[in-house]
Structures are given as structure tokens and as C-alpha cells.
Design a binder for this molecule. Structure first.
Ligand SMILES: NC(=O)C1=CN([C@@H]2O[C@H](COP(=O)(O)OP(=O)(O)OC[C@H]3O[C@@H](n4cnc5c(N)ncnc54)[C@H](O)[C@@H]3O)[C@@H](O)[C@H]2O)C=CC1
Ligand SMILES: O=C(O)[C@H]1O[C@H](OP(=O)(O)OP(=O)(O)OC[C@H]2O[C@@H](n3ccc(=O)[nH]c3=O)[C@H](O)[C@@H]2O)[C@H](O)[C@@H](O)[C@@H]1O
Length: 439
């Protein structure tokens, strides 16, 4: 099939290459010339394991290309909308201008029979509104909503092997037409027996925001337990293991620490709250405000802990921050808890050096006031305290004995409960973590 993918960021670029991998003829459209240039050359504009190999492989087949010109999307039968829906400045609501812009540009090239498929995460009600726009301008063109659940760091695997497919379809015969087109796009995945949920637009839109809200709630639940563990001397990691053995609870997403960041969970729960308010149902989601509060409190607590281990003052103290990305295996620094903590430490007078295996370049661009190092050893040279804020494998596997030789004071703060407490304390380090006993 001929497909277009509008918006080639973390979601769209991976989706475009994955669709080409499934055998389709794909054009990726983005307004960012630099991104289109890099993608066309086979260079990933962001760090995502396995993506560059997939990109090179699919470009070589001739089934994938990228362009800044919407005219190149003409002739495709399915058009995926994958543009950003960031939080509006100073508001909780999502900024819908990119979705609006992308769909308006598509209207010029759509033909009757074409299907526009929304993948961006949007406020419930968006699909209905866009369907009217599309069908009004191009009679015979249809719209479906097909939310995406990929995780950064596992984006390729998640796109090609999703846990489920969700189709938000128009009513009646149009729904059957849209379903048939989507089934053809995802034939390889559907034929494998992947669960499929078909619904109206609103349900499909809400499945996405409900899923992210649940994940955020699970993380904030365990972080609330961590706060209590800190007050009682209990150990949140053992607690998570113990409750996680119950299948009804499950151990996944119960890793206590610095909390959630990134370009999705924080802004999605806020946009969900804003939309509930618009719909007169704000009470239904007031718990998400607390989920957000618990999450943000972890960052403040981390800075407090750093001050505590630095003998009550951060002024002039050398602090190494290991990790800048919002999670390992990504260079994404959107709403990064690690960078937020680093900036707070600096504001409180600490001399901060940040390092990250993939995100230094992005961080330097967005936070030029911070100082950066290439390696953990370089960042920790002469440090009064080391903070592990993103649990990259290379930090989890640091040898506390060798690493102890570069710092001034062997004090480590484990912001992700990722280090081996016993090994670090045995090597003479003062160990502090969120929700765990001191070592
Ligand atoms: N990043 C992720 O892991 C996931 C993201 N999502 C959702 O997918 C959407 C996109 O997210 P990301 O890819 O992370 O954002 P991103 O910011 O990395 O990418 C968005 C891309 O859209 C392009 N764009 C903006 N306006 C355009 C227009 N009018 N025409 C063509 N291109 C345009 C931008 O230049 C940019 O490259 C958001 O709604 C997000 O919530 C959903 C699941 C996973
Ligand atoms: O809508 C999206 O964009 C995506 O958002 C999340 O994916 P992602 O943001 O890539 O990463 P996660 O693995 O969910 O982690 C999010 C944040 O939560 C934190 N986290 C995660 C798990 C945990 O147990 N504890 C915890 O603090 C991570 O460190 C990270 O900062 C969802 O997991 C995806 O299903 C969804 O598609």
C-alpha cells in the first residue's frame, strides 16, 4: 500500500520506517528540513535503539523516502498524522496547532477514498471534529483514530509487535471501509493474532490518555509509598517486589525514584485534566493532580537529599549528575527529571557537572547554563556527591571501588534505586536513595 506519515519525530519516523519494513511504500513528511535531510541520508535524528539500522534497511529497499513537501503525500491511500501535541505554555491543555496545521495541509492533497489516521495523543473530541473537517472538504475521504502506545527506547519493537491495536472508527459503512484499510496496513500484525479493539472515536482517544494516566498513577503510587518509607525506615524496593508478586498488581511500573518525565506522561495527564474540565467532568480526574504533585515532589526531595549529604549546604559543592535523558536508551530531555534536579542544584549554589551517554548534545542546547562532561568519571572528578538520576546500564554497572578513586567524597544518591546498595556501601560510599534506608 502507499502510505504517508505526517510528522517524523520520535513517533512518526519510527512508524514510517516500520511501515516500510512491513512492505508498504511510505513517504514521511515533516516541516523540519534538517530532520528530513538526516532521515533521507539514513541518519537517525534522535537516539533510539535499532532505529538507524531499520531506517538504513528500509531506505535501501526504495520503499521509504522523506520530504518537506505535502504534495509528495498525494497518491497515498492512508495518511498517518504523527505530529506533536505538547503542553501549551502556562496551561495544562494540549497545544493542537500542529495537528490542525497538518490536517489542513493534507486537505489540499486528499482524494476521495483516502483515509486520514490520527496517531498523535489528543484531547477526546478531536477526531470527531477533524472527521467533519476532512469529510466536509473532501467528500469520500474518511478519518480513523489509531493511538500509539510505543515506549521510547523500545520504539521499533513496540511498533512492529504492539500489545494491541486500537481502531477508532466512523459509524456505519464508513467504519467498515476504514477498518478494511487499517487491517490491510497492519495485516502482518493482525494475522499474528494481536488483540484488536474497535470502537467509536471518543473511546479510542480515551484509551490512550487513560493508559498513560494509569501508568503515571502507578508510578506516583509507589513514589507515595516511598515518601512513607522515608518516614518509617521501610524499604520501597522490597515493598514493590512484595506487592508486585500479586498478579492483580504486577511488578512493572513500580520502580520508585525520581518519578516520571518525558514528552508524554506529564503533559498527557495535564491535558486530560484540562479536557475533563472543559467537559464539565473535572472532578473525575482530580486524583491526577495529586499524581502530578507526588511526581514533582520527588524532584524537590532529591535536591534536599543532596543538600543533606553535603553537610547541609550546596554552596560551592561539586555535584556530578549521571543522566540527563528522561529515561535510559533515549536522548529525549523533554521534562527530564534529571535536568530539572541539576538546574535546581545549580540554583542553590552547587557546581554541577552533568553527563549522559546520549543526551548531552540536546541538553547543552536547551540548558546551556549547565556544565557537561563526556563520561561519568569526568563528571565525578573531585565531586562532593554523585547523583545517579537516569538509570543507564553503564551507570548501573559502575564499579564502586574504581569509581571511588575519582571523587573527593564517596557519597552517592541513587535517584532511580538502580545501584547495588551493598556493593556501594562495602566500597566505602555513603549511599542514599529515595524510599530506601541509608547505607
Ligand atoms: N514519543 C513517543 O514515545 C510517543 C508519542 N506519542 C504522541 O505522538 C505525537 C508526536 O510525538 P513525538 O513524535 O514524540 O513528537 P516530536 O516532537 O518528536 O515530533 C513531532 C514532529 O512533527 C513535526 N511537525 C509539526 N508540525 C508539522 C506539520 N504541520 N506538518 C508536518 N510535520 C509537522 C515536527 O517538526 C516534529 O518533527 C504526540 O502527540 C505524542 O504525545 C504517542 C506515543 C508515543
Ligand atoms: O504516550 C507516550 O508517548 C508513551 O509514554 C510512555 O512511554 P515513555 O514516555 O517512552 O516511557 P516510560 O517507559 O513510560 O517512562 C516514562 C517515565 O516514567 C519513569 N518511570 C517508569 C517506570 C517506573 O516504574 N518508574 C518510573 O519512574 C521513567 O523513568 C520515565 O521518566 C508509555 O509507557 C507509552 O506506552 C506511551 O506510548
Amino acid at each position: 500500500m502507499k502510505l504517508s506519515v505526517i510528522g517524523c519525530g520520535y513517533l512518526g519516523a519510527v512508524h514510517a520506517a516500520s511501515m516500510a519494513e512491513l512492505g508498504h511504500d511510505v513517504v514521511g513528511i515533516d516541516v523540519d528540513e534538517r530532520k528530513v535531510g538526516a532521515l533521507s541520508q539514513g541518519t537517525a535524528p534522535f537516539h533510539e535503539p535499532g532505529f538507524e539500522e531499520l531506517l538504513e534497511r528500509t531506505l535501501a529497499t526504495g520503499r521509504l523516502r522523506f520530504s518537506t513537501d505535502f504534495a509528495d503525500a498525494a497518491g497515498s491511500s492512508v495518511h498517518f498524522v504523527c505530529v506533536g501535541t505538547p503542553q501549551k505554555r502556562g496551561e495544562y491543555a494540549a497545544d493542537m496547532r500542529y495537528v490542525q496545521g497538518a490536517v489542513e495541509s493534507l486537505l489540499d492533497i486528499l482524494a476521495p477514498g483516502d483515509l486520514v489516521v490520527g496517531k498523535s495523543t489528543v484531547p477526546v473530541g478531536t477526531a470527531g471534529y477533524l472527521a467533519e473537517l476532512v469529510e466536509g472538504k473532501v467528500p469520500g475521504a474518511l478519518l480513523a483514530w489509531n493511538p500509539e502506545f510505543l515506549r521510547e527506547g523500545f520504539a521499533v519493537q513496540d511498533t512492529l509487535h504492539p500489545d494491541r491495536l486500537v481502531y477508532g472508527l466512523p459509524a456505519g459503512a464508513d467504519g467498515a471501509t476504514a477498518r478494511a484499510l487499517l487491517d490491510e496496513v497492519y495485516a502482518t500484525i493482525v494475522d499474528r493474532g494481536t488483540p484488536k479493539v474497535e470502537s467509536d472515536y471518543a473511546t479510542a482517544e480515551m484509551v490512550k490518555t487513560a493508559a498513560n494516566s494509569f501508568l503515571a498513577t502507578k508510578i506516583s503510587f509507589i513514589n507515595a509509598m516511598a515518601e512513607l518509607c522515608e518516614a518509617t525506615g521501610a524499604d520501597v524496593k522490597l515493598l514493590a517486589d512484595a506487592i508486585g508478586y500479586d498478579d492483580r498488581i504486577g511488578r512493572k511500573f513500580l520502580n520508585a525514584g525520581l518519578g516520571f518525565g518525558g514528552g508524554c506522561l506529564p503533559k498527557d495527564i495535564r491535558a486530560f485534566m484540562a479536557r475533563a474540565g472543559e467537559l464539565g467532568a473535572d472532578q473525575a480526574l482530580t486524583f491526577l493532580r495529586e499524581v502530578d504533585n507526588i511526581n514533582m515532589r520527588r524532584r524537590i526531595r532529591m535536591v534536599e537529599l543532596a543538600r543533606e549529604v553535603c553537610d547541609g549546604s550546596l554552596l560551592g559543592k561539586r555535584v556530578a549528575v549521571l543522566g540527563a535523558a528522561f529515561k535510559p536508551d533515549s536522548d529525549d530531555i523533554r521534562d527530564s527529571p534529571a535536568l530539572n534536579v541539576a538546574a535546581q542544584l545549580q540554583l542553590q549554589g552547587a557546581v554541577v557537572r552533568v553527563t549522559d551517554p546520549a543526551a548531552v548534545e540536546n541538553s547543552r542546547r536547551q540548558w546551556p547554563q549547565l556544565d557537561y562532561a563526556e563520561t561519568a568519571e569526568e563528571a565525578a572528578q573531585g565531586a562532593d556527591a554523585v547523583l545517579v538520576l537516569t538509570e543507564w546500564k553503564q551507570y548501573r554497572e559502575l564499579d564502586p571501588v574504581e569509581f571511588g578513586k575519582v571523587v573527593k567524597q564517596k557519597r552517592v544518591l541513587d535517584g532511580r534505586n538502580a545501584l547495588d546498595l551493598d556493593a556501594w556501601t562495602a566500597a566505602g560510599w555513603t549511599y542514599r536513595a529515595l524510599g530506601r534506608r541509608a547505607g
